[in-house]
Design a protein. Structure first.
Length: 195
């Protein structure tokens, strides 16, 4: 019962889609990593076999050298094809992820305009800052958090910590309390999501 209430409150479909996207990305990364390890292992075996064959050939098996070189060449071509397909797969996953990030990051970029680094927004109020923190939170959990890179997620977390600190400090003049550093944190987060 608690899970159904939680999924309903968070937008069940969005959570499921986010989980599926996350798992898909994780599976794709693990598959690419496994393929690369297989490639490296195959290459090491091929090099070891070639060295072994070369030693035997030098000991008097000259006629088999040409055959072995041909087999070695065929093996290297197979390895090269595997490497190219692994790189193509990894590139496709990376391109898809970047395309999705651009879509969701554009909304975050627009929201961050409340705290531009230049020129500073001297009319900024605590309400504006609180609304911005809430808008960032909603964006993170409803749309874009799953797409943040590790560095961008860290920058987002630092920004939210800073906004919470400024908002809990005082209700007197926001600009003097912490807005100047808020401009910096928003700028840092914006620059990090561009990576």
């Amino acid at each position: 019962m608690v899970w159904t209430d939680l999924l309903s409150a968070l937008g069940g479909a969005a959570v499921v889609l986010a989980a599926i996207a996350f798992l898909g990305r994780l599976i794709a990364e693990k598959s690419a990593e496994a393929a690369m390890k297989r490639f490296e292992s195959t290459l090491k075996r091929a090099e070891a076999e070639y060295s072994s064959i070369l030693e035997r050939t030098e000991a008097g098996y000259g006629s088999s050298l040409k055959r072995l070189e041909a087999e070695h060449g065929a093996l290297l071509k197979t390895i090269e094809k595997l490497n190219k397909s692994t790189l193509a797969f990894t590139s496709a996953v990376d391109t898809d992820l970047r395309t999705r990030r651009i879509e969701v990051y554009s909304e975050l970029w627009e929201k961050s305009g409340t705290l531009p680094l230049w020129p500073h927004n001297r009319d900024l109020s605590y309400t504006d800052l609180q609304n911005l923190a809430l808008a960032f939170r909603d964006w993170y959990f409803k749309k874009g958090g799953i797409y943040l890179s590790r560095n961008a997620r860290e920058a987002y977390g630092e920004l939210q910590k800073h906004l919470t600190s400024v908002l809990s400090a005082s209700s007197e003049g926001l600009y003097s309390v912490g807005a100047q550093t808020s401009f910096f944190w928003v700028s840092l987060m914006r620059n990090t999501v561009k990576e």
